[in-house]
Design a protein around this ligand. Structure first.
Ligand SMILES: *Cc1c(COP(=O)(O)O)cnc(C)c1O
Length: 486
């Protein structure tokens, strides 16, 4: 089988990611001068969530709802069949789900967390434990709501910054067995596997690992639930990194993955580049148990809180997930940037994952104590010197304990998300260059402290201030080196 990965070889032998699409609708961007960027980050309380895209050059906050849609997706929206019940748009989506995920039953929901809400309400009871490779923020919250808890049983490689492990998203099977032995199988409503594990750097699991998890599920009669929000990239990595699947198509790999699960759910904001989400299964009993709740919380079974236009675009987007040139685009750009930075000693999570580039803020700013939020400081500093917006995945995203002390995060990361087909390689080269410049000038970056701190999910609305006048000093050095060039 011909390798269709969107990577070409240059004449010198070097591998190079290439855009196998052309841009036909564009959105204007501007790169404001550093004086204005300094004002903008100050006005946003040094919190990238509080910035306006007016002040941002490249928005690398998230891949959620920000992927580029294809011409096929946009044009499919015109044939939307507006109907409360029995819409043919739904039939097309159901057919796409069946072809891509190999499941007969499909329940549409308004986005990924709505699927989590329904699954949690249906299966998670007081005292239940849900083992998983790693949590996602909304997943954890929804599973805890009915009185359950989660247990992360990632392998020892999972949280290492530097690693050559191809499947950092794997579940540790011996930890899983020990957990079941300790609590008894009755405590586990299901085991959850998340494709391209979001919060640990978009890291995939292998099919071999999922097969082992399936075996444990069968032995103890426990369900296996697959969070397929980033399944396309996981399938791409299986093809690239798992020998037995080297010659399989992405469509075949997707079927193999999905056939191992009892229940699949996804956020269409990620996997199919539109709004919405869904729950899929081949088990009619599971379908029957969930469908009334979809009607109650989301909408009738043929729209589930989505507009029919979005349902059409989702159907096309799901089919495009089978196309290696579509799902390989973002991982190939990520690989390019990670390898470029790594080769220059700039601390990044390796191997490259499927969601974005994760810069290790503790390694980047070793002089900034963790209590002064190195990841938050790095994001503010990087915005200042580039106009690029990243997301904090560190102690600001954590909480305080009962005594009011920060619970220090396992890792301090600046995530630079790579939405699909949105950026060009010259923009990514700019990101690399400004990160390298910042690394050389890292001593100029200081810490942050809270000025206003909400009690829940403080990373969204919290406002911070620098611990010294370091932003001004950093801006002055930038001005000295780059002059009036943007
Ligand atoms: C984004 C995401 C969700 C939640 O989906 P929303 O559409 O944002 O509600 C759930 N799981 C994973 C792995 C995700 O990445």
């Amino acid at each position: 089988m011909k390798d269709k990965s969107p990577v070409i070889k240059l004449a010198g032998g070097e591998q190079f990611p290439i855009e196998l699409h052309k841009v036909r609708t564009v959105q204007k961007l501007q790169l404001k001068p550093i004086e204005e960027r300094l004002e903008a980050i100050k006005a946003a309380g040094y919190n990238s969530f509080l910035m306006s895209t007016r002040d941002i050059f490249l928005d690398m906050l998230t891949d959620s709802g920000t992927n580029a849609m294809s011409d096929q997706q946009v044009s499919s929206m015109l044939q939307a069949d507006d109907a409360y019940a029995g819409s043919q748009s739904f039939d097309r989506a159901k057919k796409a789900v069946r072809d891509v995920f190999n499941t007969k039953y499909f329940l549409p929901v308004h986005q990924g967390r709505a699927a989590e809400h329904i699954i949690a309400q249906a299966f998670v009871k007081q005292g239940h434990i849900v083992p998983m490779n790693y949590h996602f923020t909304t997943t954890k919250a929804h599973f805890e709501l009915p009185g359950g808890s989660i247990d992360e049983i990632f392998t020892d490689e999972g949280l290492k910054i530097k690693s050559t492990c191809p499947f950092k998203g794997n579940i540790d099977i011996s930890k899983l067995r020990a957990l079941i032995k300790k609590h008894g199988a009755d405590k586990f409503p299901f085991i959850r596997m998340e494709a391209s594990t979001n919060l640990i750097g978009g890291q995939p699991f292998s099919i071999a690992n999922m097969r082992q998890v399936r075996k444990v599920c069968d032995q103890h009669d426990i369900m296996l639930v697959l969070d397929a929000s980033l399944i396309g990239e996981n399938a791409y990595f299986v093809k690239q990194r798992e020998k037995a699947f080297k010659n399989k198509t992405i469509a075949e790999i997707l079927h193999t993955l999905c056939d191992l699960a009892d229940l699949i759910y996804f956020s269409s904001r990620k996997v199919s580049s539109t709004r919405g989400g869904g729950i899929c299964t081949n088990n009619v009993k599971l379908y029957d148990k969930l469908k009334d709740m979809v009607i109650l919380y989301e909408g009738f079974l043929t729209y589930g809180g989505m507009s029919v236009r979005e349902i059409e675009a989702m159907a096309v987007g799901l089919r495009e997930t089978q196309d290696e040139t579509v799902i390989g685009q973002s991982p190939s750009f990520i690989k390019y940037l990670v390898e470029w930075l790594d080769a220059r000693g700039i601390p990044v999570v390796t191997p490259p994952g499927g969601l974005g580039v994760h810069v290790d803020a503790k390694g980047f700013l070793p002089h900034v104590p963790q209590k002064e939020y190195p990841a938050g400081a790095l994001i503010a500093a990087f915005y200042l010197v580039s106009g690029v917006r990243g997301m904090e995945r560190g102690t600001i995203s954590s909480v305080r304990d009962d005594s009011g002390e920060d619970v220090l995060a396992d890792v301090e990361l600046m995530r630079l998300a790579m939405p699909r087909r949105v950026f060009t390689l010259s923009q990514i080269k700019y990101v690399a260059d400004r990160l390298q410049w910042l690394y050389k000038n890292r001593k100029l970056v200081g810490g942050l402290k809270f000025e206003y701190e909400p009690t829940v999910l403080r990373f969204f609305l919290g406002r911070l201030i620098p611990t010294s006048d370091w932003p001004e000093k950093l801006a002055a050095k930038y001005k000295k080196d780059f002059g009036d060039s943007l």
